[in-house]
Design a protein around this ligand. Structure first.
Ligand SMILES: Nc1ncnc(NCCc2cnc(NC(=O)Nc3cccc(C(F)(F)F)c3)s2)c1Br
Length: 273
């Protein structure tokens, strides 16, 4: 493992395979490291785009944060290298791809599948918070699925160490808690809010505060305008958990450790995760 971290990688060390997906800043390819035959995902980022968006510091922070994280539900970032025009991230390959595509395909998940995902995300976030790392960008687009169907949190491009909380606005509005939307001080409890949003979206197929206009989404978030549709039918235990997570006062949100003891999780989550 040390070899992986310290080695100076170049593109010649890899055979490049099929494209896996395209992100805002560049494409991801399947790749095989020639010496070890180890299969990885290679994310290619263009330096001029990173410069234009002034996110180089975020990328450095992501690489730094990810190099200390080891958890079955967190996608590994093995290392990085760069050439004249590009930066390459060497990532763990998630064989079953992007979760949001799965959610689009089956509209919403069963309560057992949703609870299993939420429990494994809670365990990954407990691990991150234990290392003073908050992800801040938990949403379906940043979740991947491993070969055994296990969930992997990816893309720590917006994560921070809690001692230097930032107020920059992040990605889509839907997952942001009131304190970030109102851009006041925020802490690890922001990830509890986003996990609550995710749990709702896993069960209903749409995030709870979705609206046509940004301004309407903003208002619904800060007012915590939480409504549960009559279809699909969802258990009251699930609604109770979501209601305990989507609380405006971040200190009153259900702690992640308590989430793992909630009846809906205990009765529905597959312990193997
Ligand atoms: N099947 C698959 N198996 C493995 N991976 C896959 N896709 C890549 C998932 C990612 C993991 N980590 C990432 N990190 C970043 O993208 N970081 C990033 C990018 C631009 C700017 C910045 C910043 F500069 F703004 F921070 C930070 S993308 C797929 Br599909």
């Amino acid at each position: 493992d040390a070899a992986v971290d310290q080695k100076r990688w170049t593109l010649n060390d890899f055979d490049i395979g099929k494209p896996l997906g395209r992100g805002k800043f560049g494409h991801v390819y399947l790749a095989r490291e020639k010496r070890s035959n180890h299969i990885v995902a290679l994310k290619v980022l263009f330096k001029n785009q990173l410069k234009q968006s002034q996110v180089e510091h975020q990328l450095r922070r992501e690489v730094e944060i990810q190099s200390h994280l080891r958890h079955p539900n967190i996608l590994r970032l093995y290392g990085y290298f760069y050439d004249q025009k590009r930066v390459y991230l060497i990532l763990e390959y998630a064989a079953k791809g992007e979760l949001y595509k799965e959610l689009q395909k089956c509209k919403y998940f069963s309560e057992r599948r949703a609870a299993t995902y939420v429990a494994s995300l809670a365990r990954a976030l407990i691990y991150c918070h234990g290392k003073h790392v908050i992800h801040r960008d938990i949403k379906p687009e940043n979740l991947l699925v491993g070969a055994q169907g296990e969930l992997k949190i990816a893309d720590f491009g917006w994560s921070v160490h809690t001692f230097n909380r930032r107020r920059t606005m992040c990605g889509t509005l839907d997952y942001l808690p009131p304190e970030m939307v109102e851009s006041v001080e925020h802490d690890a409890n922001v990830d509890i809010w986003s996990l609550g949003i995710l749990c709702y979206e896993f069960l209903y197929g749409v995030p709870p505060f979705e609206a046509k206009e940004h301004s309407d989404t903003y208002r619904r978030i800060v007012q915590v305008d939480l409504k549960f549709p009559s279809r699909p039918v969802v258990s009251s235990a699930a609604k109770d958990l979501i209601t305990q997570m989507l609380v405006k006062d971040s200190s009153q949100r259900l702690p992640l450790k308590k989430l793992l003891e909630h009846p809906w999780i205990v009765q529905n989550a597959d312990p193997s995760g």
